[in-house]
Ligand binder design. Structure first.
Ligand code: GLC
Length: 481
Protein backbone atom coordinates (compact mmCIF):
# COMPACT_ATOMS: atom_id res chain seq x y z
CA UNK A 1 0.00 0.00 0.00
CA UNK A 2 1.16 3.49 -0.82
CA UNK A 3 1.95 5.72 2.17
CA UNK A 4 -0.32 8.37 0.70
CA UNK A 5 -3.37 6.19 1.12
CA UNK A 6 -2.81 6.26 4.86
CA UNK A 7 -2.54 10.04 5.02
CA UNK A 8 -5.85 11.75 5.49
CA UNK A 9 -6.29 15.46 4.88
CA UNK A 10 -6.12 16.02 8.66
CA UNK A 11 -2.90 14.02 8.90
CA UNK A 12 -1.34 16.08 6.16
CA UNK A 13 -2.35 19.34 7.80
CA UNK A 14 -1.11 18.16 11.15
CA UNK A 15 2.19 17.20 9.58
CA UNK A 16 2.39 20.63 7.96
CA UNK A 17 1.80 22.50 11.22
CA UNK A 18 4.38 20.38 13.00
CA UNK A 19 6.96 21.04 10.31
CA UNK A 20 6.19 24.76 10.39
CA UNK A 21 6.69 24.79 14.15
CA UNK A 22 10.09 23.14 13.69
CA UNK A 23 11.16 25.75 11.18
CA UNK A 24 10.85 28.64 13.65
CA UNK A 25 14.07 30.50 14.25
CA UNK A 26 14.75 31.84 17.75
CA UNK A 27 16.90 34.82 18.61
CA UNK A 28 17.71 35.71 22.19
CA UNK A 29 14.86 33.49 23.27
CA UNK A 30 12.26 35.09 21.00
CA UNK A 31 10.82 33.69 17.74
CA UNK A 32 11.88 35.94 14.83
CA UNK A 33 11.36 34.04 11.63
CA UNK A 34 11.38 30.66 9.90
CA UNK A 35 14.27 28.93 8.18
CA UNK A 36 13.95 28.34 4.43
CA UNK A 37 14.12 24.56 4.80
CA UNK A 38 14.51 22.13 7.63
CA UNK A 39 16.17 19.29 5.75
CA UNK A 40 18.99 17.55 7.56
CA UNK A 41 19.67 15.15 4.68
CA UNK A 42 21.54 17.67 2.48
CA UNK A 43 24.10 20.40 3.00
CA UNK A 44 22.30 23.47 4.37
CA UNK A 45 24.07 26.07 2.16
CA UNK A 46 21.90 29.07 3.06
CA UNK A 47 18.64 27.19 3.54
CA UNK A 48 19.15 27.39 7.31
CA UNK A 49 18.60 31.15 7.04
CA UNK A 50 15.40 33.13 7.23
CA UNK A 51 14.67 34.65 3.81
CA UNK A 52 12.51 37.74 3.78
CA UNK A 53 10.49 36.62 0.74
CA UNK A 54 10.07 33.08 2.10
CA UNK A 55 8.90 34.35 5.47
CA UNK A 56 5.95 36.26 3.97
CA UNK A 57 3.75 33.18 3.67
CA UNK A 58 4.79 32.00 7.16
CA UNK A 59 4.01 35.45 8.52
CA UNK A 60 0.56 35.56 6.95
CA UNK A 61 -0.29 32.19 8.46
CA UNK A 62 0.99 33.34 11.85
CA UNK A 63 -1.08 36.53 11.60
CA UNK A 64 -4.18 34.52 10.75
CA UNK A 65 -3.57 32.26 13.74
CA UNK A 66 -3.03 35.21 16.09
CA UNK A 67 0.69 34.54 16.56
CA UNK A 68 1.49 38.13 15.85
CA UNK A 69 4.55 38.32 18.12
CA UNK A 70 6.78 36.42 15.71
CA UNK A 71 5.83 38.75 12.86
CA UNK A 72 6.41 41.83 14.96
CA UNK A 73 9.80 40.51 16.10
CA UNK A 74 10.70 39.78 12.50
CA UNK A 75 9.73 43.29 11.36
CA UNK A 76 11.63 44.94 14.20
CA UNK A 77 14.80 42.88 13.80
CA UNK A 78 14.98 43.09 10.01
CA UNK A 79 14.47 46.84 10.23
CA UNK A 80 17.57 47.02 12.42
CA UNK A 81 19.54 45.25 9.66
CA UNK A 82 18.67 47.94 7.11
CA UNK A 83 21.69 50.23 6.48
CA UNK A 84 20.72 53.74 7.54
CA UNK A 85 23.75 55.61 6.22
CA UNK A 86 25.21 56.11 2.78
CA UNK A 87 27.94 53.51 2.23
CA UNK A 88 31.28 54.67 0.90
CA UNK A 89 32.33 51.15 -0.03
CA UNK A 90 30.54 50.18 -3.25
CA UNK A 91 30.66 46.52 -2.24
CA UNK A 92 28.60 47.22 0.87
CA UNK A 93 24.79 47.16 0.79
CA UNK A 94 23.27 50.55 -0.02
CA UNK A 95 21.27 52.73 2.32
CA UNK A 96 17.69 51.50 2.69
CA UNK A 97 18.14 47.92 1.44
CA UNK A 98 16.56 45.02 3.30
CA UNK A 99 18.62 41.81 3.18
CA UNK A 100 17.65 38.70 1.24
CA UNK A 101 18.13 36.59 4.35
CA UNK A 102 19.64 36.49 7.81
CA UNK A 103 20.82 33.94 10.33
CA UNK A 104 21.50 33.82 14.05
CA UNK A 105 25.12 33.34 15.01
CA UNK A 106 26.55 32.74 18.47
CA UNK A 107 29.84 34.29 19.47
CA UNK A 108 31.30 34.16 22.98
CA UNK A 109 27.95 33.27 24.46
CA UNK A 110 26.23 36.17 22.66
CA UNK A 111 23.76 35.88 19.81
CA UNK A 112 23.94 38.14 16.75
CA UNK A 113 22.06 38.42 13.51
CA UNK A 114 24.11 38.18 10.34
CA UNK A 115 22.43 39.53 7.24
CA UNK A 116 23.06 38.59 3.62
CA UNK A 117 22.34 41.37 1.15
CA UNK A 118 23.62 39.25 -1.69
CA UNK A 119 27.29 39.61 -0.79
CA UNK A 120 27.40 35.91 0.16
CA UNK A 121 24.68 34.67 -2.15
CA UNK A 122 25.39 32.52 -5.17
CA UNK A 123 26.24 34.91 -8.04
CA UNK A 124 26.10 37.85 -5.60
CA UNK A 125 22.55 38.79 -6.57
CA UNK A 126 20.92 41.88 -5.05
CA UNK A 127 17.51 41.21 -3.52
CA UNK A 128 15.29 44.02 -4.79
CA UNK A 129 12.09 42.28 -3.72
CA UNK A 130 13.02 42.06 0.01
CA UNK A 131 12.37 45.70 0.80
CA UNK A 132 9.11 45.59 -1.15
CA UNK A 133 7.88 42.45 0.61
CA UNK A 134 8.92 43.99 3.94
CA UNK A 135 6.58 46.95 3.41
CA UNK A 136 3.76 44.70 2.18
CA UNK A 137 4.16 42.54 5.28
CA UNK A 138 4.23 45.53 7.63
CA UNK A 139 0.85 46.59 6.25
CA UNK A 140 -0.50 43.05 6.67
CA UNK A 141 0.64 43.12 10.29
CA UNK A 142 -1.15 46.41 10.91
CA UNK A 143 -4.34 45.15 9.28
CA UNK A 144 -4.27 41.91 11.28
CA UNK A 145 -3.51 43.51 14.64
CA UNK A 146 -5.19 46.89 14.05
CA UNK A 147 -2.16 48.22 15.89
CA UNK A 148 -1.14 51.34 14.00
CA UNK A 149 1.34 52.37 16.65
CA UNK A 150 4.16 50.28 15.19
CA UNK A 151 3.97 52.20 11.93
CA UNK A 152 3.99 55.58 13.68
CA UNK A 153 7.26 54.79 15.43
CA UNK A 154 9.99 57.05 14.04
CA UNK A 155 12.24 54.11 13.21
CA UNK A 156 9.50 52.48 11.12
CA UNK A 157 8.63 55.74 9.37
CA UNK A 158 12.32 56.16 8.62
CA UNK A 159 12.63 52.57 7.38
CA UNK A 160 9.71 52.98 4.96
CA UNK A 161 11.09 56.32 3.83
CA UNK A 162 14.54 54.90 3.09
CA UNK A 163 13.02 52.10 1.02
CA UNK A 164 10.93 54.60 -0.91
CA UNK A 165 14.02 56.72 -1.47
CA UNK A 166 15.93 53.92 -3.22
CA UNK A 167 12.88 52.93 -5.23
CA UNK A 168 12.02 56.45 -6.31
CA UNK A 169 15.56 57.74 -6.89
CA UNK A 170 16.41 59.30 -10.23
CA UNK A 171 18.17 56.87 -12.49
CA UNK A 172 19.27 56.32 -16.07
CA UNK A 173 15.81 55.31 -17.13
CA UNK A 174 12.64 57.05 -18.24
CA UNK A 175 9.99 54.45 -17.45
CA UNK A 176 7.77 54.50 -14.36
CA UNK A 177 8.82 50.87 -13.79
CA UNK A 178 11.93 49.84 -11.79
CA UNK A 179 15.10 48.90 -13.66
CA UNK A 180 16.77 45.94 -11.96
CA UNK A 181 19.47 43.34 -12.65
CA UNK A 182 18.79 39.66 -13.32
CA UNK A 183 17.89 37.49 -10.33
CA UNK A 184 16.59 40.35 -8.18
CA UNK A 185 13.55 38.46 -6.86
CA UNK A 186 12.26 34.96 -6.21
CA UNK A 187 14.07 33.96 -9.39
CA UNK A 188 17.48 34.71 -7.94
CA UNK A 189 19.60 33.22 -10.72
CA UNK A 190 20.21 34.37 -14.25
CA UNK A 191 17.08 33.74 -16.30
CA UNK A 192 16.94 36.68 -18.66
CA UNK A 193 14.69 38.77 -16.43
CA UNK A 194 16.94 41.83 -16.10
CA UNK A 195 15.37 45.11 -17.06
CA UNK A 196 11.79 45.60 -15.98
CA UNK A 197 10.57 42.15 -14.87
CA UNK A 198 6.90 41.85 -14.02
CA UNK A 199 7.45 40.36 -10.54
CA UNK A 200 9.40 43.39 -9.37
CA UNK A 201 7.01 45.87 -10.98
CA UNK A 202 3.99 44.32 -9.30
CA UNK A 203 5.69 44.17 -5.90
CA UNK A 204 6.86 47.75 -6.44
CA UNK A 205 3.30 48.86 -7.15
CA UNK A 206 1.98 46.96 -4.12
CA UNK A 207 4.68 48.38 -1.86
CA UNK A 208 3.97 51.91 -3.11
CA UNK A 209 0.31 51.44 -2.25
CA UNK A 210 1.18 50.06 1.17
CA UNK A 211 3.73 52.80 1.89
CA UNK A 212 1.22 55.43 0.81
CA UNK A 213 -1.18 54.11 3.43
CA UNK A 214 1.41 54.01 6.18
CA UNK A 215 3.61 57.08 5.71
CA UNK A 216 2.73 60.02 7.86
CA UNK A 217 2.68 63.09 5.67
CA UNK A 218 4.26 65.34 8.26
CA UNK A 219 7.89 65.44 7.23
CA UNK A 220 7.37 63.05 4.32
CA UNK A 221 5.52 65.37 1.93
CA UNK A 222 8.16 64.95 -0.75
CA UNK A 223 8.00 61.14 -0.71
CA UNK A 224 4.21 61.07 -0.50
CA UNK A 225 3.98 63.42 -3.49
CA UNK A 226 6.48 61.25 -5.38
CA UNK A 227 4.38 58.13 -4.65
CA UNK A 228 1.20 59.89 -5.77
CA UNK A 229 2.89 60.88 -9.00
CA UNK A 230 4.33 57.47 -9.66
CA UNK A 231 1.38 55.20 -8.84
CA UNK A 232 -0.99 56.17 -11.66
CA UNK A 233 1.82 56.21 -14.23
CA UNK A 234 3.14 52.83 -13.16
CA UNK A 235 -0.35 51.39 -13.12
CA UNK A 236 -1.22 52.64 -16.60
CA UNK A 237 2.16 51.56 -18.00
CA UNK A 238 1.75 47.97 -16.82
CA UNK A 239 -1.90 47.70 -17.81
CA UNK A 240 -1.18 48.98 -21.26
CA UNK A 241 2.29 47.84 -22.28
CA UNK A 242 2.54 44.48 -20.51
CA UNK A 243 -0.88 43.20 -21.51
CA UNK A 244 -1.09 40.36 -24.01
CA UNK A 245 -4.26 38.81 -25.35
CA UNK A 246 -5.24 37.74 -28.84
CA UNK A 247 -6.33 41.28 -29.77
CA UNK A 248 -3.12 42.81 -28.53
CA UNK A 249 -1.10 40.08 -30.24
CA UNK A 250 -2.83 40.97 -33.49
CA UNK A 251 -1.87 44.60 -33.04
CA UNK A 252 1.73 43.73 -32.21
CA UNK A 253 1.91 41.29 -35.13
CA UNK A 254 1.22 44.15 -37.52
CA UNK A 255 3.48 46.64 -35.75
CA UNK A 256 5.76 48.81 -37.86
CA UNK A 257 9.24 49.29 -36.50
CA UNK A 258 11.81 52.10 -36.45
CA UNK A 259 9.20 54.72 -35.60
CA UNK A 260 10.64 57.94 -34.33
CA UNK A 261 9.04 60.72 -32.34
CA UNK A 262 5.74 61.42 -30.69
CA UNK A 263 3.46 59.62 -33.11
CA UNK A 264 5.14 56.22 -32.69
CA UNK A 265 2.71 53.36 -32.02
CA UNK A 266 5.32 50.66 -31.43
CA UNK A 267 6.85 52.63 -28.57
CA UNK A 268 9.48 50.10 -27.62
CA UNK A 269 10.34 49.16 -31.18
CA UNK A 270 9.41 45.51 -30.75
CA UNK A 271 10.46 43.42 -33.72
CA UNK A 272 7.74 40.91 -34.47
CA UNK A 273 10.25 38.24 -35.37
CA UNK A 274 11.48 38.22 -31.78
CA UNK A 275 8.09 36.92 -30.60
CA UNK A 276 6.91 33.32 -30.67
CA UNK A 277 3.67 34.58 -32.24
CA UNK A 278 2.95 31.24 -33.91
CA UNK A 279 2.96 29.45 -30.52
CA UNK A 280 1.06 32.28 -28.87
CA UNK A 281 -1.59 32.18 -31.55
CA UNK A 282 -2.19 28.55 -30.59
CA UNK A 283 -1.82 29.02 -26.84
CA UNK A 284 -3.86 32.13 -26.10
CA UNK A 285 -7.49 31.29 -25.41
CA UNK A 286 -10.06 33.55 -27.05
CA UNK A 287 -10.96 35.23 -23.78
CA UNK A 288 -7.80 34.83 -21.74
CA UNK A 289 -4.82 37.09 -21.40
CA UNK A 290 -1.89 37.87 -19.15
CA UNK A 291 0.79 40.37 -18.28
CA UNK A 292 4.08 39.84 -20.12
CA UNK A 293 7.26 38.99 -18.26
CA UNK A 294 9.24 42.06 -19.24
CA UNK A 295 9.02 45.13 -21.44
CA UNK A 296 11.99 47.18 -22.56
CA UNK A 297 13.76 48.51 -25.64
CA UNK A 298 13.01 46.06 -28.47
CA UNK A 299 12.13 43.55 -25.79
CA UNK A 300 8.81 41.90 -25.00
CA UNK A 301 9.28 38.76 -22.94
CA UNK A 302 6.13 36.80 -23.62
CA UNK A 303 6.75 34.15 -20.98
CA UNK A 304 3.95 33.84 -18.42
CA UNK A 305 5.25 34.46 -14.88
CA UNK A 306 2.86 33.29 -12.17
CA UNK A 307 3.91 35.40 -9.21
CA UNK A 308 3.64 38.67 -11.14
CA UNK A 309 0.31 37.82 -12.71
CA UNK A 310 -1.27 36.57 -9.49
CA UNK A 311 0.01 39.44 -7.37
CA UNK A 312 -1.23 41.88 -10.05
CA UNK A 313 -4.73 40.53 -9.46
CA UNK A 314 -4.40 40.61 -5.66
CA UNK A 315 -2.98 44.14 -5.54
CA UNK A 316 -5.53 45.44 -8.06
CA UNK A 317 -2.80 46.45 -10.47
CA UNK A 318 -4.59 44.47 -13.19
CA UNK A 319 -8.01 45.84 -14.16
CA UNK A 320 -11.06 43.78 -13.25
CA UNK A 321 -11.30 42.64 -16.86
CA UNK A 322 -7.63 41.72 -17.02
CA UNK A 323 -7.85 39.84 -13.72
CA UNK A 324 -10.73 37.75 -15.06
CA UNK A 325 -8.80 37.12 -18.26
CA UNK A 326 -5.71 35.95 -16.35
CA UNK A 327 -7.85 33.49 -14.37
CA UNK A 328 -9.50 32.33 -17.60
CA UNK A 329 -6.07 31.68 -19.07
CA UNK A 330 -5.07 29.64 -16.01
CA UNK A 331 -8.28 27.65 -16.30
CA UNK A 332 -7.97 27.05 -20.03
CA UNK A 333 -4.27 26.25 -19.91
CA UNK A 334 -4.47 24.29 -16.68
CA UNK A 335 -2.32 21.41 -17.94
CA UNK A 336 0.51 23.78 -18.81
CA UNK A 337 0.31 26.08 -15.79
CA UNK A 338 -0.86 23.76 -13.02
CA UNK A 339 -0.67 20.20 -14.32
CA UNK A 340 0.12 17.77 -11.51
CA UNK A 341 1.51 20.34 -9.07
CA UNK A 342 0.42 23.95 -8.61
CA UNK A 343 1.99 25.87 -10.08
CA UNK A 344 4.59 26.67 -12.73
CA UNK A 345 6.83 29.56 -11.81
CA UNK A 346 6.84 30.53 -15.50
CA UNK A 347 5.79 29.09 -18.83
CA UNK A 348 7.17 27.95 -21.21
CA UNK A 349 10.73 26.87 -20.39
CA UNK A 350 13.75 28.26 -22.19
CA UNK A 351 15.15 25.41 -24.26
CA UNK A 352 18.11 24.52 -26.45
CA UNK A 353 20.38 27.39 -27.49
CA UNK A 354 18.16 29.95 -25.80
CA UNK A 355 18.52 28.10 -22.49
CA UNK A 356 22.31 28.01 -22.88
CA UNK A 357 22.67 31.66 -23.78
CA UNK A 358 20.12 33.12 -21.41
CA UNK A 359 20.88 31.08 -18.26
CA UNK A 360 24.61 30.78 -18.91
CA UNK A 361 24.24 26.96 -19.09
CA UNK A 362 22.95 26.80 -15.50
CA UNK A 363 22.52 23.08 -14.69
CA UNK A 364 19.96 23.89 -12.01
CA UNK A 365 17.81 25.77 -14.50
CA UNK A 366 17.63 23.19 -17.27
CA UNK A 367 14.32 23.28 -19.17
CA UNK A 368 11.24 22.47 -17.05
CA UNK A 369 13.24 22.56 -13.85
CA UNK A 370 13.60 24.97 -10.90
CA UNK A 371 13.15 28.57 -12.07
CA UNK A 372 13.02 27.57 -15.70
CA UNK A 373 9.38 26.45 -15.66
CA UNK A 374 9.54 24.24 -12.59
CA UNK A 375 6.48 24.00 -10.34
CA UNK A 376 6.51 25.77 -6.97
CA UNK A 377 3.86 24.88 -4.40
CA UNK A 378 4.39 28.20 -2.59
CA UNK A 379 2.58 29.90 -5.47
CA UNK A 380 -0.59 28.13 -4.39
CA UNK A 381 -1.42 30.76 -1.80
CA UNK A 382 -1.29 33.49 -4.42
CA UNK A 383 -3.45 31.38 -6.70
CA UNK A 384 -5.91 31.00 -3.82
CA UNK A 385 -5.89 34.73 -3.03
CA UNK A 386 -6.36 35.62 -6.72
CA UNK A 387 -9.20 33.08 -6.94
CA UNK A 388 -10.94 34.66 -3.98
CA UNK A 389 -10.51 38.13 -5.45
CA UNK A 390 -11.97 37.09 -8.82
CA UNK A 391 -14.67 34.79 -7.41
CA UNK A 392 -13.12 31.72 -8.96
CA UNK A 393 -12.47 29.72 -5.82
CA UNK A 394 -13.20 26.49 -7.66
CA UNK A 395 -9.81 26.79 -9.35
CA UNK A 396 -7.95 27.10 -6.06
CA UNK A 397 -9.87 24.21 -4.52
CA UNK A 398 -8.89 22.01 -7.44
CA UNK A 399 -5.26 23.09 -7.10
CA UNK A 400 -5.22 22.37 -3.36
CA UNK A 401 -6.66 18.92 -3.95
CA UNK A 402 -3.97 18.14 -6.52
CA UNK A 403 -1.19 19.34 -4.22
CA UNK A 404 -2.60 17.59 -1.19
CA UNK A 405 -2.33 14.23 -2.88
CA UNK A 406 1.45 14.56 -3.00
CA UNK A 407 3.01 17.20 -0.79
CA UNK A 408 2.90 15.32 2.51
CA UNK A 409 4.02 12.06 1.01
CA UNK A 410 6.83 13.77 -0.86
CA UNK A 411 7.90 15.56 2.35
CA UNK A 412 7.14 19.10 1.17
CA UNK A 413 9.67 19.61 -1.61
CA UNK A 414 10.80 23.06 -2.58
CA UNK A 415 9.82 22.58 -6.24
CA UNK A 416 8.89 19.99 -8.85
CA UNK A 417 10.28 19.40 -12.33
CA UNK A 418 8.83 18.31 -15.65
CA UNK A 419 6.24 19.62 -18.06
CA UNK A 420 3.44 18.39 -15.81
CA UNK A 421 5.28 18.88 -12.54
CA UNK A 422 5.39 15.18 -11.67
CA UNK A 423 9.03 14.90 -10.70
CA UNK A 424 10.31 16.04 -7.33
CA UNK A 425 12.80 18.80 -8.14
CA UNK A 426 16.25 17.47 -8.99
CA UNK A 427 17.91 19.55 -6.27
CA UNK A 428 14.82 20.34 -4.23
CA UNK A 429 15.09 20.54 -0.46
CA UNK A 430 12.55 18.61 1.57
CA UNK A 431 10.55 20.30 4.31
CA UNK A 432 10.78 23.62 2.52
CA UNK A 433 8.95 26.08 4.74
CA UNK A 434 7.23 28.11 2.03
CA UNK A 435 5.93 24.91 0.42
CA UNK A 436 4.31 24.07 3.75
CA UNK A 437 2.94 27.56 4.33
CA UNK A 438 1.88 27.96 0.69
CA UNK A 439 -0.39 24.98 1.18
CA UNK A 440 -1.67 25.96 4.63
CA UNK A 441 -2.27 29.55 3.60
CA UNK A 442 -4.14 28.56 0.44
CA UNK A 443 -6.45 26.43 2.57
CA UNK A 444 -7.03 29.23 5.07
CA UNK A 445 -7.80 31.78 2.34
CA UNK A 446 -10.33 29.49 0.70
CA UNK A 447 -11.94 28.51 3.99
CA UNK A 448 -12.11 32.12 5.11
CA UNK A 449 -12.00 34.71 2.31
CA UNK A 450 -12.18 37.51 4.88
CA UNK A 451 -8.40 37.10 5.27
CA UNK A 452 -7.86 38.40 1.74
CA UNK A 453 -7.53 42.09 2.76
CA UNK A 454 -4.27 41.23 4.53
CA UNK A 455 -2.66 41.29 1.11
CA UNK A 456 -5.21 42.77 -1.27
CA UNK A 457 -6.02 46.30 -2.35
CA UNK A 458 -9.11 47.91 -3.78
CA UNK A 459 -9.15 50.10 -6.81
CA UNK A 460 -6.69 52.98 -6.58
CA UNK A 461 -8.93 55.74 -5.19
CA UNK A 462 -8.50 58.87 -7.32
CA UNK A 463 -9.34 61.12 -4.41
CA UNK A 464 -6.69 59.37 -2.32
CA UNK A 465 -4.12 60.60 -4.75
CA UNK A 466 -5.28 64.19 -4.68
CA UNK A 467 -5.80 64.17 -0.94
CA UNK A 468 -2.08 63.73 -0.32
CA UNK A 469 -0.81 65.03 2.95
CA UNK A 470 -4.10 65.38 4.81
CA UNK A 471 -3.18 62.48 7.01
CA UNK A 472 -1.59 63.34 10.33
CA UNK A 473 -0.25 61.36 13.28
CA UNK A 474 -2.98 59.64 15.24
CA UNK A 475 -5.77 60.35 12.80
CA UNK A 476 -7.59 57.48 11.14
CA UNK A 477 -5.85 56.80 7.90
CA UNK A 478 -8.43 57.06 5.11
CA UNK A 479 -6.48 54.59 3.00
CA UNK A 480 -6.41 51.87 5.62
CA UNK A 481 -10.13 51.82 6.38
C1 GLC B 1 16.20 29.79 -3.70
C2 GLC B 1 15.03 30.48 -4.39
C3 GLC B 1 14.67 31.75 -3.64
C4 GLC B 1 14.39 31.43 -2.19
C5 GLC B 1 15.55 30.67 -1.56
C6 GLC B 1 15.24 30.17 -0.18
O1 GLC B 1 17.35 30.57 -3.78
O2 GLC B 1 15.34 30.78 -5.72
O3 GLC B 1 13.55 32.36 -4.24
O4 GLC B 1 14.13 32.60 -1.47
O5 GLC B 1 15.88 29.55 -2.35
O6 GLC B 1 14.15 29.32 -0.19
Amino acid sequence: MHVNELLTEENIEEQAWKALEQSILYYQGRPIGTVAAYDASVEALNYDQCFIRDFVSSALIFLIKGRTDIVRNFLEETLKLQPKERQLDAYKPGKGLIPASFKVISLNGQEYLEADFGEHAIARVTPVDSCLWWIILLRAYVIATKDFSIVYKPEFQNGIRLIMEICLANRFDMYPTLLVPDGACMIDRRLGIYGHPLEIQVLFYTALRAAREMLICNGNQDIVAAIDNRLPLLCAHIRQHYWIDIYRLNAIYRFKSEEYGKTAVNLFNIYVDSLPYYELDKWLPRKGGYLAGNVGPSQLDTRFFSLGNLMAIISDLATEEQSQAIMTLIEERWDDLVGDMPMKICFPALEHEEYRIVTGCDPKNIPWSYHNAGSWPVLMWMLAAASVKTNKTGLARKAIEIAQARLGEDEWPEYYDGKKGRLIGKQARKYQTWTITGYLLAKELIANPSYLPLVSFDELPPEAISRACEFEIGSVDPYMS
